[in-house]
Design a protein around this ligand. Structure first.
Ligand code: HEM
Length: 235
């Protein structure tokens, strides 16, 4: 194997820094929005839920619990050491993640069809549920067929969709800060943008190597590793 040139080493160091910084930003935003926008629903009272959500309280409680489990169990799966040294734990945590997506997606679908903001908002969240269930279903089907590369790809898409909870609230806050549209406009825009935009950029990140390097891109290269945090060295 040819040793890496100094410029390759610098490039690798820079992309490592970008990936680590991105994970830190994602973790901070997720912690912020979970603590300020989700945890209050764990106290099941009419005051905590408000008039809008109280008639659907049991659906929302199940939805929030499933969402919290999905966020919490999906994250460690990206850690290479867990997959390398503790395959059984990876499998069990993966099954818990998938079950929470099924519960969160089904309750999300019900909540979307019973929401009363705008039809665009309801449709955006209903298709967010569909995206959550299908990306996760594709990841599960791939691993049942022992296609590890496809499994990783679809799991990354699935977790990007899970984090739509964060991108939705972030986008809503940014639009409100700039005074763009009414509240209903902002909710309607974000119900689509919170998952379509992150999925678009994920796809660009996936396809950039083959598109820009053409035949020079290694056909079997494990590009999905670019998304992994490098805690404790490579797997
Ligand atoms: C990614 C797929 C998801 C879908 C399709 C989805 C769908 C929905 C829908 C339809 C509602 C009700 C909106 C309304 O009636 O106006 C809702 C509310 C809510 N969801 Fe989700 N959700 C998803 C992920 C998550 C996750 C991962 C969490 C994490 C805890 C979460 C937490 C909440 C909370 C706290 C609410 C109520 C408060 C609010 O709207 O800010 N959801 N969700």
């Amino acid at each position: 194997m040819t040793p890496a040139s100094p410029s390759q080493r610098t490039g690798g160091g820079f992309s490592h820094l970008v990936v680590t910084a991105s994970w830190v930003v994602v973790l901070c935003l997720t912690t912020h929005y979970v603590s300020t926008r989700a945890l209050r629903f764990l106290v099941v009272t009419p005051q905590a839920y408000g008039l809008y959500f109280w008639p659907r309280a049991s659906w929302l409680l199940l939805h929030v619990l499933a969402g919290l489990v999905a966020i919490g169990t999906g994250l460690p799966q990206f850690w290479p050491r867990l997959r390398r040294d503790h395959v059984k734990v990876h499998r069990v945590v993966g099954r818990v993640y998938l079950s929470s997506v099924v519960l969160g997606g089904a309750t999300g679908l019900f909540l979307a069809t019973t929401s009363r903001v705008t039809p665009t908002y309801a449709a955006g969240l209903a298709f967010l549920s569909v995206a959550w269930l299908t990306t996760s279903g594709m990841a599960f089907a791939a691993i049942l067929n022992r296609n590890v590369d496809q499994h990783k790809q679809w799991m990354i898409r699935s977790y990007v969709v899970t984090l739509a909870f964060v991108s939705f609230r972030l986008g809503e806050d940014v639009l409100a800060y700039w005074g763009i549209g009414t509240k209903a406009d902002r909710l309607s825009v974000m119900s689509w943008a919170c998952w379509a935009v992150p999925l678009l950029f994920t796809e660009i990140a996936f396809q950039a190597r083959p598109v820009f390097l053409g035949r020079r891109a290694a056909p079997t290269g494990d590009w999905s590793r670019a998304f992994e945090p490098r805690i404790g060295g490579p797997a």
